[in-house]
Design a binder for this molecule. Sequence first.
Ligand SMILES: [Zn+2]
Length: 109
Amino acid sequence: MSDDFYCDEVLSGRTQVRRVRETERVLAYHHTRPFWPVHVVVIPKVHVPSLIDLGEVDEGILGELLEVVRDVAAEVTAEHGSARVLTNLGEYQDSKHLHFHVNHGAPRE
Ligand SMILES: [Zn+2]
């Protein structure tokens, strides 16, 4: 298995996703294998390794990402009453491409 699902599958178009929001450099879509009942993933459309390693990309990407994360989180909160926003780092980070999870509800088994 690749350690960059987002470049290899999502951004390449190999895996189809249901878009929630999209800007020039950011994409939000419904997780293809949701871990929570409501589970949206927000990713940069350029390769960024993680929140603490932006690789070649300018810091402006963080503002652009957070703007979309905020919009999606506001929508989930308005609709369901609560939401979480999280990003994994180090060994917790399965796919080595920065991604935020916006989610609501109890984790699935
Ligand atoms: Zn990538």
